[in-house]
Design a protein around this ligand. Sequence first.
Ligand code: PLP
Length: 402
Amino acid sequence: MNRQLTNADRDAHGVVTPVPFFRHGLTSTDAEKIAQVLSTPFLTSGQVGRGVEAQLCEFFGVSDAKLTNSWTNGAVAVLLALGIGPGDEVIVPAMTFIASANTVELVGATPVFVDVDPSTQLINLNEVKSAVSPRTKAVIPVHLYGQMVDVGALRAIVGSDIRIIEDCAHAFESTLGSDRPGAHSDAAIFSFYATKNVTCGEGGAIISNDSELMSNVRQTVLHGMSAGADRRFEGALYRHWEMETLGTKANLPDLLAALLPEQIETVETKRDIREGLVARYDSAFSSVANLETVAPVANGVSAHHLYPIGTPKGARDRVLYELNAAGVGTTVNYRAVHTMTYYERKYQIAPDAIPNAFDWGERTLSLPLFPGLTTREQDRVIEVVTSVFANLDGSEGPRREQ
Ligand SMILES: *Cc1c(COP(=O)(O)O)cnc(C)c1O
């Protein structure tokens, strides 16, 4: 049975106002920045992007950064630059966005899925230890929802021969102790996709302290060519280029890079706003029976990219449906990667062979969380969620058997 709409769902005119899952905060001031790039002769990767790369080096305290047109293409470029391919294994958590594993497949290597900690949903380092084999070339820890995996501890487990590539798609402004992303890994990769905390629509970045790796990455992000477009015409004289290695096409155009500097400058102020919203959700939901939240990581500051909750077994899809019916935007982050048809067919892993990731993936959904979420909108989300959970027991909705 559907939840009845109440006054809290309606505005002064009695109209039900939907609360979107996400609303970006870019404005006409940002359009100006794109217009400035349009007024120069050069549209693709050039001076603007190099400025952002310097800004990233400063923010993360690393020696090198390269902007990319997505996390995914950045990760493919890093894997190619590391020479990872057929016959190699890369350890990835089963609870993440599919891209973390897909990039491993795209270069012909084999993702080895490991389970997560059931309280934080972060990759379980003991499971990583057991998954290491003579073929293991890399691990991709994912800082899921904005909380950081202890990469220093991971390094101690895997040693220096196995590469660590951090998936920082949720964790631009996260810290763990005094560490930011990039402190203990070979490379850390960010996403500037439309809904991420820092965004230019589509985009990403690779940071690293390994100058040899980054010199290879500068080629694998651009077909393996020896010089980028802007450099080929340096001094107005055409210079021949070489191709020494196979690469992809992963560079970010200045048209999009122009949106990043101000967001990077203000990202920590916006994190404070996210933190305030999370505190309101946490306090409202602490008294809601059967509603689970993700445990905080000790000594960590979360980027609070998402606000996932857990429902009782079998109730998630009904909660999703009722929230959507009441106009509250939701997503699922994520159903476990090894349960996706492609992976299930290819590797024939039983869903419950990776039990924590599978269980959470069947029970989780995410609520609206973005700096522009108004108090009124958040109150509505809280009211709707509270009443949907209150009506869970004993109602005859479609309960999915696992
Ligand atoms: C968004 C996301 C990605 C992929 O980012 P793109 O920039 O869209 O390629 C990878 N990993 C995680 C955890 C993500 O959320």
